[in-house]
Design a protein around this ligand. Structure first.
Ligand code: PLP
Length: 268
């Protein structure tokens, strides 16, 4: 299940998650948290769904269909975060429970448009991080969550430790925004004991909209198939590299990564 927001441009959010789930051969369920008014240039409207409606989507699907793994993306507000935490408890979703939970701590779009109320950062840290099997912040989200400005690999390690202290079982500090790496993009996975570096090529493209969603959705798909977290993350890294390689221009702004590269010969 994806617990996230919509993007009317179809590049990020729930649309990217469901495409990725399908391409990774899992049936995707969805709990819509917010509708965004968005195109390739930016976000002009954010409309949160009532918190009890978000919780109810999770509860009814878990009770009937059952969930093998879940991820959160754009959660929009404190009320929604609290409702998601409560629904996850009721449905045995979270670290150490039947259904693993991946938290992609979405705070803003790549244009800098806010997707999470500023007062909701505390709720994300306090309510959801302790329940997380894995958190997958980019470096902008790292700065917002633990106040660390990461400039190099050592900084990624330090940030991973600070984030792990907030309660998740695993932390993936993504390196896409690290300027010192010119040709590579290195993500760092930390389990509280060992660090694993996941290197991949860096592509010279602005068309990376929805990349974070696609990565977290690919991880969630492999967790649903029963993979251990390190295997799911290694798969998702390979998946995202191809999705970025096959990204395409759309509109006047940033085009999306191709979350469907795996099932198509065409670059969509
Ligand atoms: N819109 C929605 C609904 C999202 O969930 C996200 C990211 O998770 C974005 C926009 C931003 O995507 P990006 O940072 O790739 O532009």
């Amino acid at each position: 299940m994806t617990i996230a927001g919509t993007d009317s441009g179809g590049g990020a959010g729930i649309a990217a998650d469901l495409r990725t789930f399908a391409a990774c051969r899992v049936h995707g369920c969805l709990a819509v948290c917010a509708v965004t008014v968005q195109n390739s240039v930016g976000v002009t409207g954010v409309h949160p769904i009532p918190a009890e409606t978000v919780a109810a989507q999770i509860t009814v699907v878990a009770a009937d269909i059952g969930l093998q793994a879940a991820k959160t993306g754009m959660l929009a507000s404190v009320e929604i975060i609290e409702a998601v935490a409560g629904a996850c408890d009721g449905a045995s979703i979270g670290a150490g429970r039947a259904t693993p939970l991946v938290i992609d701590p979405v705070a803003a779009s790549m244009h800098g448009d806010p997707l999470l109320a500023s007062e909701a950062l505390d709720a994300l840290r306090d309510e959801l991080f302790p329940r997380a099997t894995l958190v997958t912040p980019n470096l902008d989200e790292v700065r917002l969550l633990v106040g660390t400005d990461v400039h190099d690999r050592a900084g990624q390690y330090t940030a991973a430790k600070a984030l792990h202290a907030l309660g998740p079982r695993f932390v993936l500090v993504k390196g896409g925004h690290l300027r010192e790496d010119v040709d590579v993009c290195v993500d760092v996975l930390y389990d509280g004991d060992e660090f694993t570096e996941l290197p991949g090529p860096r592509f010279d493209t602005g068309d990376t909209h929805g990349g974070g969603d696609t990565m977290a959705a690919a991880i969630t798909s492999r967790l649903a198939h029963g993979d251990a977290v390190p295997d799911a993350v290694a798969f998702a890294k390979r998946y995202l590299v191809e999705a970025v390689r096959h990204s395409y221009p759309l509109g006047a702004g940033h085009g999306p990564v191709s979350s469907l590269w795996r099932i198509s010969d065409e670059p969509v």
